[in-house]
Design a protein around this ligand. Structure first.
Ligand code: 2P0
Length: 351
């Protein structure tokens, strides 16, 4: 991605010299959900999705090339990555290396301020930051669209975090070659009208989930009798959402987001065996959101692959909504997020 701040990039790659780049990205929350893949390898989704990138919980990732290393080294919040997390980062770096025609291994250090694996979109900010930093470190000159495609290969939702504000991720054509599908499946910014939105996030359980979203998605597509009808209705939801965003109609944006999310959870509940991310604490917050609405404040809930609830409202109402959610969230915490920036390279001074 082109940036006002050029990447920290050493000049000539000498033996043992380090080329490096650092990028920051923010998580996004989908208002029209991505749930289900049609190609696991290319990470091609079954449905289009639409999200808001947040201004909280950034991930900062530094990638340093090492000519003398035999393996990639990856740390997440200072601890060495292992298992599936390490495998996914190395597979992503392999993809970047293949494109760049380079073999150097890398040292990757990622600092994530969002609880990892708790349905708070840590993989979205994580792979968006990694895509931007790794592309720069390996010398790939990619525009934002190409970076979105690349980030998608790490984690589908990361394609949307390349962009700030509202973004739509195109599923791409269901027919055609793999190359055509790959090219078509990227995110792009969504135009909005006069909208001053906030997402009030109720963090009810920041621990890692028992079933990964990747596994849950696969099981839902393979076994849920409700999946196809949700996927079909999601297309209509997206069209209505786009029109409502353009019109600055937060009530319709919220209504469509809430029904789309509840529908997605319904598909999971009907999977065999069922996947249930909602807990009693989730339901208590959903009840409170209904009460907030009955009291005349437009506020609408969405939930992802975890028990936490994000409530869309006007920024002017966010304080009142947050106070109500504090009461309902028992042991949880509540914070207010607004629309945030897209992924970007940081300069050599870390800014
Ligand atoms: C979303 N989620 O649209 C949906 C809604 C969770 C529920 O994108 O397998 O971590 O890495 O492509 O991106 C979470 O899925 O999945 C997700 P992979 P990802 O935000």
């Amino acid at each position: 991605m082109r940036s006002e701040h050029p990447a920290t990039l050493a000049a000539a790659p000498e033996q043992g010299a380090t080329e490096e780049a650092t990028a920051v990205a923010h998580p996004n929350i989908a208002l029209i959900k991505y749930w289900g893949k049609r190609d696991e390898d290319l990470v091609l989704p079954r449905v289009d999705s639409l999200s808001m990138t947040l201004d909280v919980f950034p991930t900062t990732t530094r990638v340093r090339l090492r000519a003398d290393a035999a393996h990639d080294q990856v740390t997440l919040n200072g601890a060495p990555a292992r298992g599936e997390a390490l495998r996914r980062v190395v597979a992503f770096l392999d993809l970047v290396r293949e494109r760049a025609g380079r073999a150097h291994r890398a040292v990757v250090d990622s600092e994530n301020t969002v609880p990892t694996g708790a349905g708070l979109a840590s993989s979205a900010s994580g792979f968006a930051a990694l895509a931007v930093a790794a592309a720069a470190a390996y010398g790939l000159d990619l525009d934002a669209t190409a970076l979105s495609r690349l980030a998608r290969r790490g984690s589908g939702s990361a394609s949307r975090s390349v962009f700030g504000g509202f973004a739509v991720w195109h599923a791409g054509p269901a027919r055609g070659t793999a190359q055509e599908a790959d090219l078509a499946s990227h995110a792009e910014p969504v135009p909005t009208g006069d909208l001053d939105p906030a997402l009030v996030v109720a963090v009810l359980d920041a621990g890692p989930k028992e079933v990964s979203s990747r596994t849950a998605m696969r099981r839902t597509v393979d076994t849920s009798p409700l999946y196809e009808s949700w996927a079909a209705s999601s297309g209509a939801d997206l069209a209505e959402m786009r029109a409502a965003l353009l019109a600055g109609d937060i009530e319709t944006v919220g209504e469509v987001a809430e029904r789309n999310a509840l529908g997605m959870h319904a598909t999971m509940l009907a999977a065999r065996p069922a996947v249930r991310y909602m807990t009693p604490a989730t339901l208590a917050v959903l009840d409170r959101v209904l009460r907030i609405r009955r009291d005349g404040v437009p506020a609408y809930a969405t939930m992802d692959a975890g028990p936490n609830v994000k409530v869309l409202c006007r920024r002017a109402d966010a304080g009142q909504v947050a106070a109500a959610l504090w009461e309902a969230a028992a042991d949880g915490t509540v914070l207010v997020a607004g629309p945030g920036p897209g992924a970007r390279l940081l300069g050599g001074d870390g800014r």
